[in-house]
Write a protein that binds this ligand. Sequence first.
Ligand SMILES: [Zn+2]
Length: 229
Amino acid sequence: MTDIVDDIEIVERVYDPYMDLYAIFGRAVDAHPEPFVLAWQKRGKSTLRDVVRFINEPSAREEFSEAAIGDITPDNPIFQKDDQKETVYAWEDVNIYPYAKEIDKHEAFDLLVKVCGDYKIRVPDLIIAEDEQDNEYLSDTHTIVLKDMDDMTLLHEIAHAIVTVNAENQGREHVAHAPQFVWALLDLYRDYMGMSTQYMVASAEQKGLLGDTNSPQLLSPQRFNPEPN
Ligand SMILES: [Zn+2]
C-alpha cells in the first residue's frame, strides 16, 4: 500500500468494524527523527489522529500489534461519536420498515426470547415505553425499552444488546450504530423478518453503512491467543 496521509506512508492498517476506524502502522516520508508511527484514522476521513511516534521500527511494530487486537484504543472522543446513527435510521425507514409487522407485548416477548436463545445471550428485560420514553437498549441494566410495537424496532434494539454483549465479552470498545451493528441487523432482519440479504446489503452498501470488508480486520484479544496455558 502506498497511501500517504499527513506526510506518513501507511505501511499497514487494520479495520475495526466495532469502531469504524483503522489502526495504522506508518512511516514518515520526510526526515523525521522519530519516523515510525502508530495512528488511527476514521473511515472516510483524510487525517490521522492520536499519532504516536517511535524512533525504531520494532517498538512501533509492537504497539501496532497491540492496537491490532484492540488492546490499545485511541483516546480521542471523535472516535466515540455515533456518526452512522441517522443514516441507519433513514435506511431502515425506507428499506425495512415497509416490511415490518405490528406485534403485541406477548409476541414481542416471544421474539425476544427466541432471538436471545439463538444467539445465546441472557434475555434482556423488556419494558413497554411510557410517556416520554423512546425505543432504547440500556446496557447498564440490560433492558430494552420498546415504544414502537413492531418487529423491526424490536430486532433493532436486540441487535444493540447482541453487539454490546459480544463487545464486552471480547473486551473491546464499540460505537452504537457502527458497521458491526449493521451486519448484526442484517442477520436479524434476514432470520426473523425473512428479508433478502442481497437486497439489504445493496441498499446499506450504497449508504456506506457496512464499513470496510476488504481490509484486514481487527482481531479481538480472545481470537488472538497464540499461547495456551
Ligand atoms: Zn439504535
